[in-house]
Design a protein around this ligand. Structure first.
Ligand code: HEC
Length: 129
């Protein structure tokens, strides 16, 4: 009886981990920002550091611009790029429409001058034996 229970539990555990493995982890957009956008829009989104300045990306912390721009127009630029991809490349092949929308609400509209856009610190994980 015990053996059967153990075997069942093992199968269950294997099944559960398979299900979790099949589910792709949501993209860390802040990490994506650091590696794909910061070089033109600056570490904090203000395009004011040396890199951002030389590449002349949009300053995301500019209140006036933020108020005047619709989510839809920002999403469009993120996916398609700016000036035929010459001023800014499009990210259609790497971001879904939903991810681009999240980029606008979670990162661009929250950008604060001087506050680096970086991955959230992870909760300390349980120590593995
Ligand atoms: C090669 C440089 C470059 C990279 C890389 C880049 N951008 Fe841009 N981005 C620009 C430039 C240039 C503009 C236009 C600035 C202007 O119109 O004055 C711009 C404009 C924008 C705008 C404003 C669009 C508008 O006019 O309403 C958004 C939003 C944006 N970028 C998001 C992003 C995001 C998100 C990433 C990374 C996934 C990214 N950019 C990567 C250069 C870049």
């Amino acid at each position: 009886m015990n053996t059967i229970m153990t075997v069942c539990a093992l199968f269950l555990a294997a099944g559960v981990s398979l299900v979790f493995a099949a589910e792709p982890a949501p993209k860390d957009l802040r990490l994506f920002y650091q590696s794909n956008c910061a070089r033109c829009h600056g570490a904090d989104g203000s395009a004011r550091d040396a890199q951002g300045k030389s590449m002349k990306g949009q300053d995301f912390t500019e209140a006036r611009w933020r108020a005047d721009s619709s989510d839809a127009s920002m999403v469009k630029v993120i996916l398609k790029g700016k000036f035929f991809g010459l001023a800014m490349p499009g990210f259609r092949s790497q971001l879904t429409i939903e991810e681009s929308q999240r980029f606008v609400t979670e990162i661009i509209r929250q950008a604060v001058k001087g506050k680096a856009i970086e991955p959230e610190p992870k909760a300390p994980e349980a120590v593995q034996p």
